[in-house]
Each structure stands twice: as structure tokens, then as C-alpha cells.
Design a binder for this molecule. Structure first.
Ligand code: ZN
Length: 269
């Protein structure tokens, strides 16, 4: 079983959420979880995680294609640089998903979850899973990154994606310290707020410094804003058929009003 460690992480985060939840959920798990936990394996089958990207990187390396990072620097540094590059690609993709209406219609399936817990990490429409896989393949093909770096990035991104959606309590000082480099649950939770100013911030997947460097970092959440999207709060939108149909519904952005923020999350400024 190739992804046993990811299943172990999921089980650990699930227990952590139950033992020390950050906030009380507002919706029934029995309504939300079947949707997310069906989309997750479905998307895994469609995208087969990083295996095609790894195979492509391997084939290109054999043909001498690429930046040759692993020839010009120590292999550990080439892997670290490649992981950063792929994370920047993911950041740019995420911003484009928010900025282009037809892509936002697909990505909003992830944002329409009315609660925020580890299962939200799986709630992506299959079209978005295919887009993500295609973008990764193009990045790997265009840059010719070291094959092992593609695997390392895939593993880190999968693990962090689960952790950053955790509805679990973390000591404020620890989360603030981790948040200087990595995306934390408090930081990513702001991205899932219904307030537009919050949703259009904190796009990063692994490294929080992309948001800081590119002026999309937000350390405080809008007062009183719910998790989710205003126009998709009805219980039916938490079910699988409506989640699958969501990209083809009216694609207006949420009209939620961004009020001055004042909810301190403990994140570094
Ligand atoms: Zn988003």
C-alpha cells in the first residue's frame, strides 16, 4: 500500500479533531463526510496522485531534458528548490482558479463546504483534480525537475493539505512559529471564510511565504464570517450530486460583505 502513511495521518488527524476540536461544527458529519470521502478516492483514481508526473519526469530525465538542477547543486538542494518551484506553481494555479469565473465555478466546490475539517481536504470536483494533474505535468515537462523531487513534493503537499484543513486545537505559540514558514490550519481557515476579502487571501499550499511575498497574506479573519459560500448554504449543496453539479450552476461570486477584520488568529502578522 503506497499511501499507508497518508491513511495513518488521516486517522491521527481524525482522532485529534475529536479529542481537541478548534471549533464546533455547524453541520451534520453524516451530510458532509460522504461527499468529501467519495470525492477523495474518485479524484485519486482520476489523477492517480503523482505517479504520472513522476513517470514523465523520469522519461524526460533519460532524454536529458530539463533545468539540470541536480547537476548544478547538491541533490538535497535540487529537491528543495524543486519542491519550492512546484509549490509556487500550485499557488499561481490557486489564484487563477479564483480569478477566472469558469474555473472559480469548479473550485467553489471546495469552498462550499459549510464546515472546515480534515475531510474538506478531499472536497474537490473531479474537473479540478484533472486540472491540477495537468498543471503539474506541464510544470514537470517544462522544467524537467528531478523525478524524486516530484514524489517528495507530492507527499509533502498531500500531508500538508490534510493538516491545514484540520479542525484541531494547536498551541497558539506553536502555530504562530510554524506559520512563519508553513501554511497552518488557522491561516488556511481564513481562506475558507465566506467574506470575499478572506477568500481572496492565503492561497499557498505548503509554504506561507508565497502569500507574504505576493501580498495575499492575511493574519486575521473577518468578524462574524461563516465558513463556506453564502449562496450554497442549503443542506442539499453538501450532498454529492449537488457538489458534482455545482460547476454548472450560476457562477456568480458570493456577495458576502467584507467588514474590517478583528478576529485575531494567533498567526504572525
Ligand atoms: Zn481556494
Amino acid at each position: 500500500m503506497r499511501d499507508w502513511w497518508l491513511l495513518a495521518l488521516l486517522a491521527a488527524v481524525c482522532v485529534w479533531e475529536i479529542a481537541a476540536p478548534r471549533t464546533a461544527l455547524t453541520s451534520r458529519r453524516s451530510l458532509r463526510w460522504p461527499t468529501s470521502l467519495t470525492l477523495g478516492p474518485l479524484n485519486a483514481v482520476l489523477a492517480t496522485f503523482a505517479l504520472p508526473a513522476y513517470a514523465l519526469a523520469l522519461a524526460l530525465k533519460e532524454r536529458g531534458w530539463g533545468l539540470g538542477l541536480d547537476h548544478t547543486m547538491p541533490s538535497w538542494l535540487a529537491i528543495a528548490a524543486s519542491v519550492c518551484v512546484l509549490d509556487l506553481v500550485a499557488y499561481i494555479q490557486h489564484r487563477v482558479l479564483h480569478a477566472v469565473p469558469v474555473l472559480w465555478a469548479v473550485h467553489r466546490v471546495h469552498h462550499a463546504d459549510v464546515d472546515f475539517d480534515y475531510t474538506t481536504a478531499f472536497r474537490f470536483h473531479p474537473i479540478e483534480a484533472l486540472i491540477t494533474n495537468a498543471v503539474t505535468l506541464v510544470a514537470v515537462a517544462g522544467l524537467g525537475l528531478p523525478p524524486v523531487a516530484v514524489l517528495v513534493h507530492g507527499a509533502i503537499a498531500s500531508g500538508i493539505t490534510v493538516l491545514e484543513h484540520a479542525n484541531a486545537r494547536i498551541p497558539l505559540a506553536l502555530e504562530s512559529w510554524l506559520g512563519r514558514v508553513f501554511v497552518t490550519p488557522a491561516m488556511h481557515r481564513i481562506h475558507h471564510s465566506a467574506a470575499t476579502a478572506d477568500t481572496d487571501s492565503n492561497f499557498a499550499t505548503i509554504f506561507s511565504f508565497w502569500d507574504r511575498a505576493l501580498a495575499t497574506y492575511r493574519a486575521t479573519a473577518t468578524t462574524g464570517a461563516d465558513i463556506g459560500l453564502t449562496q450554497f448554504r442549503a443542506p442539499k449543496f453538501q450532498t454529492l450530486p449537488w457538489a458534482l453539479a455545482m460547476p454548472f450552476l450560476d457562477s456568480e461570486r458570493s456577495a458576502a460583505v467584507a467588514t474590517p477584520s478583528s478576529v485575531h488568529t494567533g498567526l504572525p502578522k
